[in-house]
Design a protein around this ligand. Structure first.
Ligand SMILES: C[S@@+](CC[C@H](N)C(=O)[O-])C[C@H]1O[C@@H](n2cnc3c(N)ncnc32)[C@H](O)[C@@H]1O
Length: 324
């Protein structure tokens, strides 16, 4: 049995990440359209709120993706092959990897990567109990940077990057391309990528998913302001902001914003920021794909799409692709 953290994984958020958070927030609140990177939605509270979102009836994504996994798990496991290493950027609670690892033939190791350490460590204990022979090494950090990838142990085994949950949708098309090129750079010919992506669909279904009737997404969005208050000495009044989510059909994405309900001034890390009434902070994008669009993205980033699984409504797709 091997339980390990790859070089410092599981440490509390480092000073570098805190400084980066401060730099990104101050920069993001200084642009004409205020905007904050969505990765900062996921502190410990944010990750728990995201788990609650995944359980909502309105949030069809998780349910639809889970049904595809349930139906095709054995087929996927056999496509991934024997003794593969599974690497999961943005693993969260690792709930999707767990049944996949259990179905895989003698998986060699599992490396979940996430910016939110608490949720990763909880998941490690749970999976290790179920699969005591598996080497699991959580890696804490930002998967859009080089540093985290440099901490992955080298491996001669087949590697598969597992990227479910439509996390790819949080990136613009240009950023998604850069990210998949980064993934490809980590892999060798014949290695794989199992990618889950949400598909373009009716805007009513989409908007309900991001503006749920239980107001959990609202709490998730506003938690970013609470996080800034506690970590960056901010004084946001969360009651003075409203959650807004809408589908932008031209850009094929759901945008999430926080709308200032009044004209106000907010202090963060000793700097003052003015908000007009109705002005917004753009906090998240969730891009929706078409099947041809996904195939094109895979091809132009060095992958060869081999197989995909989807639901009857074509609301969601999971692609398996190999490095050419
Ligand atoms: C949409 S959730 C998906 C979680 C899980 N993979 C799933 O399918 O349910 C995104 C996850 O990625 C993590 N995350 C987002 N941006 C990240 C980044 N730049 N580096 C590392 N983790 C990130 C978040 O903490 C969160 O756990």
């Amino acid at each position: 049995m091997a339980i390990g953290n790859a070089n410092g994984a599981g440490l509390p958020p480092g000073e570098n990440l805190r400084r980066q958070f401060e730099r990104d927030v101050l920069a993001g609140l200084s642009t004409p359209q205020k905007a904050l990177p969505c990765k900062y939605l996921y502190d410990e509270t944010g990750s728990k709120l995201f788990e609650a979102i995944c359980d909502l009836d309105d949030y069809y994504l998780t349910r639809t993706e889970a049904a595809i996994f349930n139906r095709a798990l054995n087929e996927m496991a056999s496509v991934l092959g024997r003794q593969a290493v599974l690497i999961e950027p943005g693993a969260g609670n690792c709930e999707k990897a767990e049944p996949l690892l259990a179905a895989m033939k003698n998986p060699r190791a599992y490396y979940p990567l996430d910016i939110s350490p608490e949720i990763l460590l909880e998941a490690q204990q749970r999976i290790q109990q179920r699969l005591p022979q598996l080497e699991i090494a959580p890696i804490f950090g930002d998967f859009t940077g080089d540093e985290v990838w440099g901490r992955l142990p080298p491996s001669a085994a087949r590697q598969v990057i597992f990227f479910p949950g439509s996390t790819i949708g949080n990136f613009s098309h240009e950023q998604a391309r850069e990210l998949l090129i980064r993934f490809a750079g980590q892999l060798n010919p014949g290695d794989g990528l199992l990618l889950g992506a949400d598909l373009v669909k009716d805007s009513v279904v989409l908007e309900r998913a991001y503006h749920d009737s239980n107001h959990v997404t609202e709490a998730f969005n506003k938690n970013l302001l609470s996080r800034i208050n506690s970590e960056l000495n901010g004084d946001f009044n969360t009651e003075a902001f409203a959650h807004r989510a809408f589908y932008h059909s031209f850009r094929q994405r759901v945008e999430m914003h926080l709308v200032s309900l009044v004209e106000q001034q907010v202090s963060v890390a000793g700097r003052q920021f003015q908000f007009a009434e109705g002005e917004t902070i753009h906090t998240e994008n969730s891009h929706k794909y078409t099947l041809p669009g996904l195939q094109e993205l895979l091809r132009e980033t060095g992958f060869s799409p081999e197989k995909y699984w989807t639901d009857n409504n074509q609301h969601y797709a999971i692609y398996f692709a190999q490095i050419r």
